[in-house]
Design a protein around this ligand. Structure first.
Ligand SMILES: [Zn+2]
Length: 372
């Protein structure tokens, strides 16, 4: 069974797991929490953090743990600023499609990789990708030591792929007392939305605070020394991403272009959970609704087909710093022989059909904003 996010509802705890599912904080104080998910574009992550630092605004980050490997230095800067980093899984699967054991592995291995990368404890708040969760997800979160599952009640819909900055700002301005605002560390639009949104919140007297502050959770700041300045965080980057004239401000919004060697948990055998090698069975199906803020979307990334060990190595990308990743060239396939002619024609038919399915799937995905 897939439980549905609470939209405008208050905190709710399930009796079975003892895990609180929360989509906003108390409505009694003029405070909001900015949250940034995924972290799939290191440059835009740095732009967002620099803007926050420049204005003295705290935020909470929920990166896909695998994506942190593209720019580990950035996540140490987040820790040095004192911003909490929560758990958003290792590989960003649709949690309800996984077994309970796989869900535990996604949460636990994400925490381990995040703590190894950032050097600080992870905030014990779990945000499920796309806001999708089941009873098994809550049970898995409890087993992994997470007693809060966080959704949101407001989103700027920055991964919608077709919205304008003005539309995204308007959506985010629905925030009110206690709101949890979902944004993303990835799309090119988000840094453009953030500045005007901070102006708007300030004009309305809504103070941005971290998730643990908003929800009164235990948290000790990780900022122990001098905080990095905005210029050091940007490290030569422009404060806003380049904008092609008139073009959409889309940018990376998924982990599909990033691949890494399998994560090996400390002291454990490599056990890449879930979607690392096999896409969810219903990756093209609509996920459950989760509230009024925005409709969650299917993954905007085409799941990679299973690969053989040798292909897996060939496909591994080498992080190249802030700019992204560069894939190593894959080996050339052997040339077909005359004996392969029939198989080849059948194969071509399958490929054409598969491409058509992918194109239709992408078109469907782009009609809906990505959530979580
Ligand atoms: Zn996400």
């Amino acid at each position: 069974m897939v439980l549905v996010g609470l939209g405008g509802g208050g905190p709710a705890a399930t009796a079975a797991s003892g895990v609180a599912v929360v989509s906003h904080g108390p409505r009694s104080a003029p405070r909001v929490a900015l949250t940034f998910d995924d972290g799939v574009d290191p440059a835009n992550c740095r732009r967002i953090l620099a803007m926050l630092v420049e204005r003295g605004v705290p935020a909470t980050f929920f990166p896909i743990a695998e994506a942190m490997r593209a720019d580990p230095a950035f996540w140490k800067l987040v820790v040095a600023e004192g911003d909490p980093i929560g758990d958003h899984t290792l590989t960003h699967p649709q949690m309800p499609t996984l077994t309970r054991a796989q869900q535990v592995a996604e949460i636990e291995q994400a925490r381990q990789l995040e703590e190894a990368t950032s050097g600080a404890p992870v905030l014990r708040v779990f945000r499920p990708p796309y806001g999708a969760y089941s009873a098994a997800t809550l049970s898995a979160a409890a087993q992994a030591g997470f007693s809060t599952v966080l959704l949101w009640d407001t989103s700027d819909r920055d991964t919608s792929q077709h919205g304008t900055v003005a539309e995204m700002l308007h959506a985010a301005e629905a925030a009110t007392d206690g709101s949890v605002i979902l944004m993303h560390c990835g799309p090119n639009a988000t840094p453009y939305v953030l500045g005007p949104l901070l102006d708007s919140l300030a004009a309305r007297g809504l103070e941005p605070v971290t998730i643990p502050t908003l929800l009164h959770l235990n948290w000790t700041t990780t900022a122990t020394g001098p905080r990095p300045a905005a210029a050091a965080i940007l490290d030569g980057l422009s404060p806003l991403p380049p904008q092609s004239s008139g073009g959409p401000l889309v940018g990376p919004s998924g982990i599909g272009t990033m691949t890494f060697p399998p994560f090996v948990p400390p002291g454990g055998a490599p056990s890449a959970p879930s979607s690392a090698s096999a896409p969810p069975a219903n990756a093209s199906a609509s996920p459950p609704p989760h509230g009024s803020a925005s409709a969650p979307a299917t993954a905007t990334v085409s799941p990679s087909p299973p690969v053989s060990p040798s292909e897996g190595i060939a496909a591994v990308a080498t992080p190249t710093g802030r700019g992204g990743t560069t894939a190593a060239p894959a080996p050339s396939p052997p040339a077909p022989t005359a004996d392969d002619a029939l198989l080849l024609s059948v194969g071509v038919g399958i490929v054409v059909l598969s491409l058509a399915i992918v194109v239709v799937g992408l078109a469907r995905a782009r009609r809906r904003p990505h959530g979580g």
